[in-house]
Design a protein around this ligand. Structure first.
Ligand SMILES: [Zn+2]
Ligand SMILES: [Zn+2]
Length: 352
């Protein structure tokens, strides 16, 4: 089969590789659509890899070269073992976490924090390919009302779902989201579905700001000056009950802290690449809670249900569709060059 493999920074190749088979307890999924994510780009252009330990993963044995991709939909074509509700022929969106199932975290509902976690497309072979092998426990069925295209976005939607749940957004809350990339826009949709009364989105790029407005946010534009003042001018309240940093930089985290009210909650959803300096008094003296959010754990079924019943709409997040044969130039190189114009480029993985 064809697969896009990462050999190291600045080295990706569309290779011919053996089609995977399913070990005991695993399935093979024929991939329909696979989305290109900023994390995929970061693995490619560096300067660091996400979550690698410098040796083959303990569960999967995978190191380099690794097949990229973790946001995808497809059809189960082989199942070794059983699943309580899914069989060969079903359409699915698989959870990207592969975990030991026996450590403290796995046995206490936090499999995303497993001692030996492997993540599809990072330390397990991923979905920028025609087929992928995944554990049966990772399979989630797509109902007829969720298309294959939208199925490829259940994974990033679940990242946002986890962040909003970590933020404990409640009915009537004021929520601020910093960053209107795919995760920020998904968080906007989920926060509204969770009952937030007002959702503000801070975003400097006009295209993304417009998309946030279309999806029902009140936008804050950092190019127009102090976003805290903009928020205060538009609300009578003291700031957001919950702020989500969906970027992951020192500036974005400090914005989230400044936009949240005292005794509010701030969730770090974006993946930090440096150690930020923050005003610790905003935690210690102001009683804010600052919490993390890593990937997802038991969130896929919630994401699928919200898309299936129409409360979360994903159409606006797909900015291009390309064939697998063009993934390097029309996908990775174009996404890096024109990042400001794109949210998710999705790849037709059978178009070789
Ligand atoms: Zn992703
Ligand atoms: Zn574990």
């Amino acid at each position: 089969m064809k697969a896009l493999r990462l050999y190291g920074h600045r080295d990706i190749r569309l290779d011919d590789v053996p089609t995977p088979s399913a070990p005991s307890g695993w399935s093979v999924v024929k991939i329909a659509w696979s989305a290109i994510c900023h994390s995929d780009l970061r693995e490619w252009f560096g300067p660091s890899y996400i979550g690698r330990t410098g040796k083959p993963n303990e569960i999967t044995g995978v190191y380099f070269p690794v097949i990229l991709g973790h946001e995808f939909s497809g059809t189960v074509v082989e199942m070794n073992g059983t699943h309580p509700t899914i069989k060969v022929g079903d359409r699915v969106a698989p959870d990207g976490c592969i975990y030991c199932g026996t450590c403290w975290y796995c046995t206490h509902g936090h499999y995303n924090l497993c001692d030996n976690i492997a993540v599809l497309g990072f330390d397990a072979h991923g979905s920028h390919a025609q087929y992928v092998a995944v554990p049966n426990y990772s399979l989630y069925k797509l109902p007829d009302s969720v298309s294959d295209r939208h199925g490829a976005l259940i994974e990033p939607l679940s990242v946002a779902m986890h962040g909003v749940r970590q933020g404990q957004v409640k009915l009537g809350d004021t929520v601020v989201i910093v960053g209107a990339g795919t995760i920020g826009l998904c968080a906007l949709a989920v926060a509204k579905a969770a009952g937030a009364a007002q959702v503000f989105v801070s975003e400097p790029m006009p295209f993304r700001r417009a998309r946030a407005a279309e999806m029902g946010a009140t936008v804050l534009d950092p190019n127009d000056g102090d976003i805290v003042k903009q928020l205060r001018d538009m609300t009578s309240g003291p700031g957001a009950d919950v702020a989500l940093d969906c970027v992951g930089t020192e500036a974005s985290l400090n914005s989230a802290l400044a936009l949240s009210r005292r005794a509010g909650r701030v969730v770090l959803v974006g993946v930090m690449t440096s150690r930020p300096a923050i005003d610790i008094d905003k935690i210690g003296l102001d009683e804010r809670e600052l919490t993390g959010s890593l990937a997802y754990a038991n969130d896929f079924h919630r994401s699928i249900a919200l898309v299936a019943d129409g409360r979360v709409k994903l159409d606006g997040l797909i900015t291009a569709e390309i064939p697998l044969r063009d993934i390097v130039k029309a996908g990775y190189e174009r996404f890096e060059r024109d990042a400001k114009d794109h949210l998710r480029i999705i790849v037709d993985c059978q178009a070789i």
